[in-house]
Write a protein that binds this ligand. Structure first.
Ligand code: NAD
Length: 259
């Protein structure tokens, strides 16, 4: 098989959580362009439906949106049941849905702390568990978790202890699942992006001044990433092109963590 053929996802089925917007949408687009059908479970059904329609029209694949909260186990299980009923299999899972709530640690309420950990870490576990059972039966699957460079380094000067802790958790969950499921022919990897321009970081970039300047001066490439710049790594990890990669962290951050 020639190398470019390994990236072909024709006829495959990929679930990308939180792909209504942002990085999830960009990664789902890359998978769709390689031929994969796409499922978008998201709390924002209206935006998810719009993205699914765009993908189906532009890329000539099947795409569906499902209203789902990654922290609700019954909704997660119902989503997986629906996908198997509709497509008969799940080849690829991207655990992408996530949030950030910034604030000084000493002023963070337990409610806000828990919300971030619940969506960013517990959600990855719940969706992986439900999809993992299907993949174990199939003896095949690729799972890609979206962590962050903030799971590896402290993204100073921002105060976001809950976010950093949740993303560090995603990295260790990735390694743990990779170890447990390699025998079932399921690979589990994580992409750790640096700052990318999306809704999640809009407030930060619009705040201007001190924090943004500090951050830019600490980024060798001197700019944030565009969501589309994750498309190729998403396709690599989803496809057979990465057949010997599992339990690994792929950092894409304009050089921030190299310093
Ligand atoms: P975004 O806010 O643009 O998109 C997040 C999506 O997740 C939205 O569609 C939202 O509706 C959905 N979502 C939120 N809570 C949900 C829940 N409980 N259940 C289901 N869906 C839910 O954010 P983004 O920047 O595209 O971030 C995507 C992922 O990438 C997140 O995990 C984020 O932490 C991570 N990340 C982002 C950056 C960045 O700079 N943008 C950097 C590193 C990592």
């Amino acid at each position: 098989m020639k190398v470019l053929d390994k990236f072909n996802l024709k006829g495959q089925v990929a679930i990308v959580t939180g792909a209504a917007t942002g990085l999830g949408k960009a990664m789902a687009t890359a998978l769709a362009q390689a031929g994969s059908n796409i499922v978008i479970p998201d709390v924002n059904l209206e935006a998810a439906e719009k993205t699914a329609q765009e993908l189906a029209e532009n890329e000539g694949i099947e795409a569906i949106a499902i209203k789902m909260d990654v922290t609700k186990e019954d909704e997660v299980n119902a989503m997986v049941e629906k996908v198997v009923e509709r497509f008969g299999k799940i080849d690829i899972l991207f655990n992408n849905a996530g949030i950030v709530i910034n604030g000084k640690a000493e002023e963070t309420s337990y409610e806000d702390w828990y919300k971030v950990i619940d969506i960013n870490l517990n959600g990855v576990f719940l969706v992986s568990k439900a999809v993992g059972k299907v993949m174990i039966e199939q003896k095949k699957g690729s799972i890609v978790n979206i962590s962050s460079m903030s799971g590896i380094i402290v993204n100073t000067p921002q105060c976001q202890a809950s976010y950093n802790a949740s993303k560090a958790g995603v990295i260790m969950l990735t390694k743990s699942l990779a170890m447990e499921w390699a025998k079932h022919n399921i690979r589990v990897n994580t992409i750790a992006p640096g700052y990318m321009k999306t809704e999640l970081t809009k407030k930060f970039f619009e705040s201007g001044g001190g924090e943004v300047d500090t951050w830019l001066s600490m980024t060798p490439m001197g700019r944030p990433g565009n969501p589309e710049e994750l498309g190729a790594i998403a396709l690599y990890l989803a496809s057979d092109a990465s057949s010997f990669a599992t339990g690994s962290v792929f950092t894409i951050d304009g050089g921030y963590t190299a310093l």
